[in-house]
Design a protein around this ligand. Sequence first.
Ligand SMILES: Cc1cc2nc3c(=O)[nH]c(=O)nc-3n(C[C@H](O)[C@H](O)[C@H](O)COP(=O)(O)OP(=O)(O)OC[C@H]3O[C@@H](n4cnc5c(N)ncnc54)[C@H](O)[C@@H]3O)c2cc1C
Length: 378
Amino acid sequence: MLLTEQQEMIQMVAKRIAKEKIALSAKDVDEGGHLSWENVRIMGENGLFGVHVPEEYGGVGSDMVSHVAVVEEIAAVCASTSVTLSTQALTIAPFLIAGTEAQKRKYVTPLATGQVLGSFGITEPGAGSDVSSLKTTAVKSGDSYILNGHKVFITNAGESEIYVFVTRTSEERTRGISLFVVEKGTSGLTFGKKEDKMGIRGSVTREIFLENVVVPKENMIGEEGHGFKVLMNVFNETRPVVGAQATGIARGAYEYCLNYVKERKQFNRPLHQFQMVQAMLADMAMRIEASRLLVWKAASLIDQNSPNVIAQSSMAKCFASDTAMEVTTNAVQLLGGYGYIKDYPVERMMRDAKITQIYEGTNQIQRIIIANQLINQD
Ligand SMILES: Cc1cc2nc3c(=O)[nH]c(=O)nc-3n(C[C@H](O)[C@H](O)[C@H](O)COP(=O)(O)OP(=O)(O)OC[C@H]3O[C@@H](n4cnc5c(N)ncnc54)[C@H](O)[C@@H]3O)c2cc1C
């Protein structure tokens, strides 16, 4: 058995909620293109936002393996809803890694309990893969900092109460980067229109504008100029979470497809009796299993505070998201024309899968990270 009794119990809770509650609204959430606050409430009430967060900060006090197991279960039925889970973990991470005790109590607790949502603003119009070229500035003024800049593609922007921003406090490329927390309602913090997306349509994505946003110096997370290092550590922890999301999306599509090929007959035989179909099913199942193992290994290295987590996290994210794209595309293929129709969920799953190859570092960037780690290893 790969999971401990506690991890398995948490996974079972998520599986039950996914099946009995979240799955029922997945089609509407996608078609409506809005965040489901009902799903946020359900996940919050059941402690799913804070599975890996210590109990003193409102969490369940389990670990990252439990967290990725939860994300997979939710993503298997509704990828959009799983994005809220992964974005919450992304926002919590910098506080747990570098935050002060006061910051952890003030911000992590409401995030871990799902009382409020959080967003993490990294990407800018001119700074995507190359994060260190970001232009949003934070200028010291007495006991405060004044933030100015423009962030794009920010998940849950406008919906969240708590925002972490990656800013520039000096011209030095990576050593000039610092993180700040800003609360919704702060003067000068405004949001753009909701992006009209291909997939994860039930997850809201907006631009953010920061115009002379004044925050006290206590809102800096970690030390000035250390933001890039914190950010890289955050990604090491959150990329397996995207891997778990991708594994869930792939599994959802595979399970639907498996049932379908047992029922659907052509040439007087159910589809699953054709060897070419069997080979496709076997490949799907193999890749999903391998994805999960990579994700769980990365999560367990995070739990052990292992220095070897960098390549492993990128492998988990990259392999699982490539798998999600391949498996969902093949699921559509195996449903034939019906796979292309919105009445069947595999069409949504194929659209949802694509983003997992793009955000939290594209898969090209993951391959660069993996290669760098391999080449520079002792
Ligand atoms: C739905 C959605 C939600 C998102 N949520 C958030 C969020 O909550 N917070 C946030 O900060 N950001 C978020 N993002 C942004 C996301 O992380 C970026 O889009 C992503 O990192 C890629 O940046 P880019 O779009 O600028 O692409 P670019 O960096 O312009 O890349 C374009 C292409 O060039 C390739 N490329 C770039 N550099 C290299 C290289 N050195 N070698 C090889 N290939 C390269 C890339 O792999 C990609 O294929 C979100 C994006 C989307 C679409």
